[in-house]
Design a protein. Structure first.
Length: 266
């Protein structure tokens, strides 16, 4: 059996099953809301649904990596020492994008008034950890730790990033329809901006992840992307438009200058 076949089939199964699990949990959440079940149960289902890709990966792990223990695989993802230079750059880039977006987005600055009271700090921390558990912790082991790394064995990092970006973006498709609140032309705009942004973020993740190979790198990028985006209280399409343009610009800069040849070979 060829290497391509041994990799392709488990990956296809992983992607399909991840989407199925996500849809199933979203259906359960919908049914639960109709039956008026306790909110804590709905919140638990939401968190589990966000981990659907990791659940799928764990289910198929022995077929993907026969003979390897999951604990060893996870440990390996965090083994390289986290480089301060990489960490600093990804934080600075995303804070700059956040700051510039607030500065140029009409009305956004008036809503960023987190008071330094106990309740304000508590809510700030709650939002931070809510996004951490419901986003990067439940997605990065599978999409970057598995899919991206395997695709880079067959393709350049840039092509691998594009593939992961599309697959990862489409995995979010149920949320476009159920939580965006848009229909018609606005829904198309929302989906377009979302896909441009998520592919751009994936390219940025891939570049910096390849510099360090510690899974904390994409986890931090993903966390800052979700968390900082949630702090901008303005019209969603406007927020997406400015934010995704900046992430797209950073991705293009990395592609063009290709420092240390981490996206493709010249």
């Amino acid at each position: 059996m060829t290497i391509e076949k041994t990799l392709k089939r488990p990956m296809v199964s992983f992607v399909v099953f991840s989407n199925i699990i996500f849809w199933v949990f979203l259906a359960l959440i919908g049914v639960g809301m109709m039956l008026d079940i306790p909110k804590i149960l709905t919140d638990i289902l939401i968190v589990i649904s966000a981990w659907s890709s990791t659940i799928s990966f764990v289910i198929f792990f022995n077929k993907i990596y026969p003979g390897l223990k999951l604990k060893e695989f996870v440990k390996k993802q965090f083994a390289p020492k986290l480089r301060f230079s990489v960490l600093s750059i990804i934080i600075i880039i995303q804070i700059l994008i956040f700051s510039v977006t607030i500065f140029i987005l009409p009305g956004a600055r008036d809503t960023q008034n987190f008071t330094l009271s106990f309740s304000g700090i508590a809510m700030f921390l709650f939002i931070f950890f809510h996004h951490l558990v419901q986003g990067p912790l439940g997605e990065e082991l599978s999409w970057r730790g598995y899919v991206l790394n395997e695709l880079q064995k067959m393709h350049s990092p840039f092509i691998a990033a594009l593939i992961v970006g599309v697959l990862w973006g489409l995995w979010h498709a149920p949320l476009w329809l159920l939580t965006s609140g848009y229909i018609g032309v606005n829904l198309i705009k929302y989906i377009t901006l979302f896909m441009v942004g998520i592919i751009s973020v994936t390219i940025i993740m891939t570049f910096f992840y390849n510099l360090n190979k510690n899974l904390l790198v994409p986890i931090i990028i993903h966390q800052l992307f979700n968390f900082l985006l949630s702090l901008i209280k303005a019209e969603t399409l406007d927020v997406l438009l400015y934010t995704m343009i900046f992430y797209f610009a950073v991705a293009v800069i990395l592609i063009v200058i290709n420092p240390k040849q981490k996206l493709y070979k010249k």
